[in-house]
Design a protein around this ligand. Sequence first.
Ligand SMILES: Cc1cc2nc3c(=O)[nH]c(=O)nc-3n(C[C@H](O)[C@H](O)[C@H](O)COP(=O)(O)O)c2cc1C
Length: 356
Amino acid sequence: MKNLLFSEYTLGSMTLRNRIVMAPMTRSRAINNQPNSLMAEYYAQRADAGLLITEGTSPSPNGLGYSRIPGLYTAEQAAGWRLVTNAVHAKGGHIFVQLMHTGRVSHPLNQPSAAKVLAPSAIGLTGITWTDQEQLQPYPVPAAMTYADIQETIAEYVQSARLAVDAGFDGVELHGANGYLIEQFINPSANQRNDQYGGSAENRIRFAVEIAQQTAAAIGADRVGFRVSPYGAANDMHPYDTLEATYALLAEKLNAIGIVYIHVVDHSAMGAPAVSASVKDVIREKFTRTFILSGGYDAQKAEEDLQDKKGDIVAFGRAFISNPNLVEKFAKGLALTPPDKTTFYTPGVKGYTDYM
Ligand SMILES: Cc1cc2nc3c(=O)[nH]c(=O)nc-3n(C[C@H](O)[C@H](O)[C@H](O)COP(=O)(O)O)c2cc1C
């Protein structure tokens, strides 16, 4: 049987040298939300992957919900990202930027002063969040977005996607997962609007679909991917009756737009609720282009799921943090270094670029 994990894969107009994807991971090294040369070194160290997807990156000052996450809405930020894309391309890699607007998963102390904490409805998250200035703080209640706020935010995604191309990215991944702004619209536990952006499945996915349509129109559908996390519980997402029908409709609409991939998060290996086989099957049925698997994979399970045609390429997260040469280690069957969780989000080189 032909090995699939190490074989080439055609994604849109790109040829990936293997089917190993580095999953998007927030690492909080972007001081002042500005991408930098340390980040370029980190991504270049991992450029053997067929495709790298960057950490969540905000298309708007309003989407900067965490300390030290990068933005992509100014020319200066695009110039910082250029260091990253040049370093990755110099090693023959490919890289998409994940556009993540945090919405209500935020705190004013983490945002620039003129920014706002926005969400579909004025429903605050339970619990607390980190701020560099005043350590742990309760989440604020977000402002419910007006129609004008929604249109402005969609335009910010489009502008950010254009900047991504200017910065040399091969494409953008729209973060529709893990309870951030796009999923806040999709999930009725965070969206209690009674306009055309809330209520029915078609209305709740409208924000996602309009962003996908307009970014695809701006930069080309084969440069746009989309990440989803059905049944995910992160950031106060709760299951609901029409969940599977909602994702079926979303997959159908994204397929019609012609975007290049859907990336499905399954965090059940991290203690999150199970993701039903039926929801993955319906997404795969409705979305006919590339399907990225992710969550709890090792090389063997990835190869099995590729052989079983459960997906086309496979994303690895934590293993890439502590094994920059993961592709080589997989190929040679070498033992993996475990990651140090205490340095996942701390500034500086420790636990970032110093793994061998
Ligand atoms: C430190 C860390 C940061 C993460 N940040 C993001 C993120 O910015 N965007 C995202 O979609 N997922 C994020 N994730 C989830 C990963 O992309 C991935 O789905 C998860 O780690 C499960 O894959 P794994 O079992 O291979 O680690 C993060 C995970 C970790 C461990």
